[in-house]
Design a protein around this ligand. Structure first.
Ligand code: GAL
Length: 797
């Protein structure tokens, strides 16, 4: 097959993020062309000297239904796009010759409730080993006893002998400390006695041996000090090294108490969590470590201590980052089981002949393999604290649904008995139907009123909010009058940022805060969601007719006209409004509501809305302040509008009767009577210049490192001009590339890969990537008509 005309590209790669957006595609999956078939091919040499070795292809995740051929012969594949798997290529290879691998991906239309990405979007590896070796994910490190003097470290090692010959081997493990950058430091801190094993020809070719080690004075893995170790396991025979694997681990204890919640190293830790989908915004689903690290840094700065990977196994790099950054993880496997959530629109939900488009279509054949793969791959990560076997599965509504839950939880327990199982239920009846005993911990989605009755009825089962709040907002948009109706007679498909809008079945964050304050036994919460994600643009999911649901006939007629002028068959929205942070990574107002609660020792105050309302002079314009202080005084142009204390069970400082006049709003926060924090918002002048500020200016010339550059439209004083939407053009010189642009507007169909972007409420984002092996100075220039341009300098080393 002549592939000379094929495009050449680097992995990981997500073909759908290249777009274009199409109004005709579903908003649920981001209006991006993820569906359909894609192929990748690669030629590679295998030296003759590799004869006798085994050569594996390892795929961290391929979206989806991947099928692999080598030299024209079918090797195997894996349907679920989020699971890591390995194929043995050895029998298909030509040693001492050129080989070609071909991988086909196939994404069924309507097979996801969010943007899944497409293609070889995670890393892919070629692994070479001898025939006597540690199997894939073949070590399991546990720390059954931890004291200040020593930790008992047990290393289960799973071996295989594929030589067909006799083999006498010894397995030894040694522990080394890792420094903060993950590099091994110093000599071995502990060494196991060798465990011997004799493989007889023609007999069992698999075996497990445990190495037991005593690690003196262990440094614990904890949130503020996530100390890590590595255990190096060697398989030796007659002084010859046959295989060696490294397994990173942490020494920490976890406990889940129905009365005290979650305990880390014996200390109570309230879960301050967010749910995250796997996409990286404008970069799509293609794995990039720096982009994931940035997401986590932003979440940490808000006070997050835990992530729920919704609703699928994450990239391994995500867990490595959480290990290193001290973030707890709820590791989730599935969004559905046998009963799917996606089926042909022509069929009824309870049609016995129903066919599903999502994971349900393969569940019966694959759930066990998927679940074992997830747990085996991830069970050495200290960050992982629980296994979720499902999100809002349909079986939760059936009287015998607990049977399947018991089977799945049983598979997990066979692979790991050191962590509990859980599931996220949106049906309160699961707390009483028997479902609650199939798993070890009960997670409720949007059921905060159930914590008390559940706890009373099930005093032995820990409970938490596996999905909470789900508020909607667009960064920097404020609508008047302040109401909780999403559309409120507008056709711009934005949602007001006064933080009062949810769909009917969700809660305001405040309601969850209050419920948690009244339920000290609860482990905490996971907010839906930390970041906006591609797809699921609730409340603008499909047909815009609900926008016309306004009582005033004149307003209705005008809206109909505006909609007709827009010429839209469906709404344009292609990414969510749920995020506390927008798709580009810019915090929305809500960020500060959570920060005030989750980082009470961090002095802060945040004012909303912005103060550029020329059309509102003399009109009531409510002001809110989020603060970690216990009192706030608000000033408008130097006049006090009153000093307020929060009434019990409320979390926002409110001034509802402020009459707008241009000028300056200043909030002064107090804590126990002392000045604590201060914040000012000013009416700005017109935009006069562009500012460009990189998150990092010193980069690695590795072809993967990124700089996220915030582009601000500012007035002559340098203040962000809140409602500005100017188009900004980007040019770059030096050894780097512009790989993505964004502005956080959920309705924009501008390409993420263009070299220009309209600002959304004063902000845009440019992402620059270095080139591998090419060091040097990179300069990004940002220009907008009529404004002074900005230049930003990066160094790739
Ligand atoms: C939940 C679901 C999430 C997301 C959210 C917002 O019920 O678990 O995946 O769909 O609603 O609509």
């Amino acid at each position: 097959y002549n592939d000379a005309a094929w495009r050449s590209l680097d992995l990981p790669h997500d073909w759908a993020i290249e777009g274009p957006f199409s109004q005709e595609l579903w908003g649920e999956t981001g209006k991006l062309p993820y569906q359909g078939v894609g192929w990748y091919r690669k030629h590679f040499g295998v030296p003759a000297s590799d004869r006798g070795r085994s050569i594996f292809l390892e795929i961290d995740g391929a979206m989806s239904f991947s099928a692999v051929w080598v030299n024209g012969r079918f090797v195997g594949g894996w349907p679920y796009g989020y699971t890591s798997y390995r194929l043995d290529l050895t029998p298909y290879l030509k040693f001492g010759d050129d080989n070609v691998i071909a991988i086909r991906l196939d994404n069924p239309d309507q097979s996801s409730r969010w943007y899944p990405g497409s293609g070889l979007y995670r890393n892919t590896w070629l692994v070479k080993t001898g025939p006597v070796r540690v199997r894939q994910w073949g070590t399991f490190v546990t720390t059954p006893r931890i004291t200040p003097e020593e930790a008992l470290v047990n290393v289960d090692v799973y071996l295989e002998n594929r030589s067909g010959l006799k083999a006498d081997v010894a397995v030894v493990s040694r522990i080394y400390a890792l420094d903060a950058s993950g590099v091994r430091s110093g000599p071995a801190l502990a060494e196991s006695a060798p465990m011997r094993i004799g493989f007889e020809p023609e007999k069992a070719s698999e075996a497990m041996r445990a190495n037991l080690l005593r690690l003196p004075s262990p440094r614990l893995w904890d949130l503020a000090s996530p100390s890590l170790y590595v255990v190096e396991t060697s398989v030796e025979s007659e002084g010859r090294l046959l295989d060696r694997v490294e397994t990173r681990f942490g020494v920490r204890s976890i406990a889940f108490d129905p009365d005290r919640g979650f305990l880390l190293n014996g200390r109570h830790v309230k879960l301050q969590g967010v749910c995250l989908h796997h996409d990286l915004g404008a970069l799509g689903a293609a794995v990039n470590v720096r982009a994931m690290q940035r997401q986590l840094e932003i979440m940490l700065s808000m006070g997050v201590n835990s992530i729920r990977v919704a609703h699928n196994p994450p990239a391994p790099e995500m867990l490595e980052l959480c290990d290193r950054m001290g973030i707890l993880v709820m590791n989730e496997s599935f969004d559905c089981w046998r009963r799917g959530k996606k089926w042909p629109g022509t069929m009824k939900e309870n049609d016995p002949a129903i066919t599903y488009y999502d994971y349900a279509s393969v569940f019966m054949d694959w759930h066990e393999r998927d679940l074992r793969a997830v747990v085996r791959r991830d069970r050495n990560h200290p960050s992982v604290i629980m296994w979720s076997i499902g999100n809002e599965v349909i079986e939760q509504w059936f009287t015998d649904g607990w049977k399947l839950a018991t089977r799945l939880a049983g598979i997990v327990r066979e692979e790991d008995r050191t962590r509990p199982t859980t599931s996220a239920f949106n049906g309160a009846q699961c707390g009483y139907s028997g479902f609650q005993t199939a798993v070890d911990l009960v997670g409720f989605n949007y059921q905060c009123k159930e914590y008390q009755p559940f706890h009373k009825a099930n005093p032995h089962i820990p409970v938490f909010g596996s999905e909470t709040a789900a508020m909607l907002s667009s960064r920097g948009e404020y609508f008047f009058p302040v109401t909780d109706k999403p559309a409120d007679g507008r056709v711009d498909f934005q949602v007001s940022s006064y933080d009062v809008t949810t769909e009917w079945f969700f809660n305001l964050p405040d309601k969850e805060f209050k419920a948690l304050d009244e339920a000290p036994y609860s482990m905490g919460e996971y907010v839906w969601t930390g970041f906006d994600y591609l797809g699921e643009p609730t409340p603008y999911n499909g047909d815009p007719s609900h926008l016309l649901n306004v009582s005033d006939p004149a307003r209705r007629a005008q809206l109909e006209k505006e909609l007709a002028e827009l010429g839209r068959i469906r709404v344009p929205s292609r990414s969510s409004y749920f995020g506390i942070v927008d798709l580009a990574g810019f915090p929305k107002d809500r960020f500060y509501l959570y920060q005030a609660r989750w980082r009470p020792e961090h002095p802060m105050a945040h004012i909303l809305p912005h103060w550029n309302w020329p059309e509102r002079v003399g009109l009531v314009t409510p002001v809110r302040v989020y603060s970690s202080g216990d009192e706030v005084e608000l000033f408008l142009n130097g006049r006090s509008l009153g000093r307020k204390r929060l009434p019990a069970g409320t979390y926002r400082f409110c001034w509802d009767e402020v009459v707008y006049e241009p000028g300056e709003l200043r909030a002064v926060a107090y804590r126990q009577g002392k000045r604590w924090a201060e914040e000012t918002v000013r009416t700005t002048g017109p935009a006069s210049r562009v500012l460009a500020t990189p998150d990092r200016a010193e980069l690695a010339a590795d072809g993967a490192d990124l700089s996220f550059i915030t582009v601000t439209l500012a007035d002559s004083r340098g203040d962000l001009v809140p409602r500005s939407k100017n188009l900004v053009h980007f040019t770059l010189s030096g050894p780097g590339d512009i790989v993505a642009v964004d502005n956080g507007d959920p309705t924009s169909h501008e390409s993420f890969q263009a070299h220009e972007r309209r600002a959304f409420n004063g902000l845009a984002l440019v992402v620059v990537r270095t080139r591998r092996g090419h060091a040097g100075k990179i300069e990004l220039r940002a220009e907008s008509e009529g404004l002074a341009p900005a230049t930003c300098t990066l160094h790739s080393r």
